[in-house]
Write a protein that binds this ligand. Structure first.
Ligand code: NAP
Length: 489
């Protein structure tokens, strides 16, 4: 299959927080990959901006190191690392002071190029950056800002942040990143749903028994303990990533694949979500047990608070009150230090209304499973006759479409989510970015759940590292006569 790389227009991309962890691990290596793929025009400039008083040479050395360490080993077809570094610049700047702004303004003064500003800094600085971009004349109508997560920590803070950004930028200029939306398989979810006649007629409460979404991690909180303990799995994962996946799986077909048509439909899903009943949600906290790292600490040790009540695991059941989904449960689960790193959406269809086969043929259901990571692909479980003599015995087999197998090298060498999203910013395409009202609606659904825990002094249930969460999570499904898909590689 021939790879189609369409170069984007010349651009200036300023990365505030250019020396930070996210820039080094994701943004800069991703840009290098786009350069190597021939998508980044030679006139494009990437300008790192942070307080560190380093010169361009030192920043380029840091970029070179980051691309080597986090670039993920690939062949650079259209140039060299040196040529990429030539396109890199740096300004020492303070988001909260005047240092560096005149220099940045000077560098950005050439017109006729796309101007994008990536806020890869603490959310506490988002407002300062927006204000100073306007003050220094860089917030014109064509400029775009990219805002990292977390976008608020509840409805009120999200509304305040939206209002602050709206003082300086229009909604069409604001790109709120949820990198899950940039994943190849997530977009494939839309292709599968809306590009095939096969699924859509069955995609409703009449034929679907339930839907499961699991995002399981094997890592613990690592060095992010302080941040994570103030956040927890609900704010860090469910309110954004799992919510976005839920929207894509449940939304009505948009009239067009364009930003507002897609986001309007996602918003309707969030607004139709039922409140979650207290006994339909399980919180967990992982306990010490060596797994990937020798003597890895339990959650409370990792965050340095022996009484922490923050959850590192969530399993919940919710419903969408609309005609398509009334009565179909959606089960969401995410956690740290689970048995495998795996993100999967599973649509479990109902049994046939009547079985013509003998009773011992068993119960069979079609299961459509969309794996986001690892081994991105789609599997459809179908029921067939078990080969051989001995009567009509039925067996479930997977029709497996692992992208790497089906699409060859191109399927395997997928574009990282951050690369795709940054190129979308340059192209001015907001389809895969969250709109302000979407984020607020997601918080409006999440807030009462968190407030309920706080009011009840809820303590998360302990679970073993390397397990799939507290036993209550299994029970949540078992009560309904269902079970979670096994978390597997
Ligand atoms: P980080 O490693 O702490 O980096 C912060 C960056 O901001 C540094 O480059 C720092 O450089 C710069 N900075 C701090 N204060 C500044 C100021 N007053 N003016 C200008 N620059 C300033 O943080 P990070 O992990 O990269 O995270 C950045 C953002 O991405 C955060 O919003 C985070 O929530 C989000 N995010 C990160 C990840 C991740 O994996 N790291 C994942 C998802 C979202 P100086 O100290 O030199 O100024």
């Amino acid at each position: 299959m021939v790879s189609r790389v369409i170069p984007v227009d010349p651009f200036d991309l300023v990365i505030f927080g250019g020396t930070g962890d996210l820039a080094r691990r994701k943004i800069l290596p991703g840009l290098f990959r786009r350069f190597c793929a021939g998508q980044m025009p030679p006139e494009a400039r990437i300008i790192g901006a942070a307080r560190s008083d380093i010169d361009v040479a030192a920043f380029r050395a840091m970029v070179a190191e980051a691309t080597q360490e986090f670039g993920g080993g690939f062949t650079c077809e259209t140039g060299t690392l040196e040529a990429f570094l030539e396109q890199i610049d740096y300004v020492a700047i303070d988001a909260r002071g005047d240092q560096g702004w005149a220099e940045l303004q000077e560098k950005m003064s050439g017109k006729g190029r796309v101007e994008a500003y990536y806020f890869s800094v603490s959310p506490a600085l988002f407002g300062d950056l927006a204000e100073r971009l306007q003050k220094w004349g860089m917030a014109d109508q064509d400029a775009r800002i990219v805002v990292e997560k977390p976008f608020g920590r509840d409805l009120e803070t999200a509304q305040t942040l939206n209002a602050t950004l709206a003082t300086y930028f229009d909604e069409h200029q604001i790109y709120r990143i949820d990198h899950y939306l940039g994943k190849e398989t997530v977009q494939n979810l839309m292709a599968v749903r809306f590009g095939n006649m096969l699924f859509e007629p069955l995609w409703n409460a009449q034929y679907v028994d339930h839907i499961q979404i699991t995002v399981a991690e094997t890592v613990g909180v690592g060095g992010r303990g302080e941040y994570y303990d103030k956040s927890g799995a609900m704010r860090d994962m469910v309110q954004n990533h799992l919510m976005q996946l839920l929207c894509l799986i449940a939304m009505e077909p948009p009239a067009r694949f364009d930003p507002d048509a897609v986001r309007d439909e996602k918003l309707k899903v969030i607004r139709a979500l039922d409140p979650v009943l207290p006994h339909h949600i399980i919180r967990g906290q992982y306990q010490a047990e060596p797994m990937n790292e020798a003597n890895a600490p339990g959650y409370r040790t990792a965050v340095g608070d022996a009484r922490s009540r923050t959850e590192s695991f969530i399993a919940l059941k919710t419903h969408i009150s609309n005609w398509r989904w009334a009565g179909t449960p959606f089960y969401l689960r995410t956690g740290k230090r689970m048995s495998a790193r795996s993100s999967e959406i599973t649509v479990v269809f109902k049994e046939t209304p009547h079985s013509i086969f003998a009773e011992d043929a068993g119960r069979h259901r079609n299961v459509l499973s969309i794996r986001l990571q690892p081994n991105e692909g789609i599997t459809l479980g179908v029921t067939i006759k078990e080969p051989g003599p001995g009567g009509m015995r039925l067996v479930d087999v997977p029709l497996d479409m692992t992208f790497a197998d089906a699409l060859g090298e191109e399927g395997a060498d997928q574009v990282d989510a951050y690369e795709r999203l940054i190129m979308d910013v340059i192209r001015g395409n907001q389809t895969l970015f969250m709109r302000g009202d979407e984020v607020e609606a997601a918080w409006a659904w999440t807030d009462p759940i968190i407030e309920g825990w706080e009011a009840r002094n809820d303590v998360p249930k302990p679970y073993d590292s390397g397990s799939d969460g507290p036993t209550d999570s299994t029970e949540l499904m078992r009560r309904d006569g269902r079970e979670w898909r096994k978390v597997s590689l």
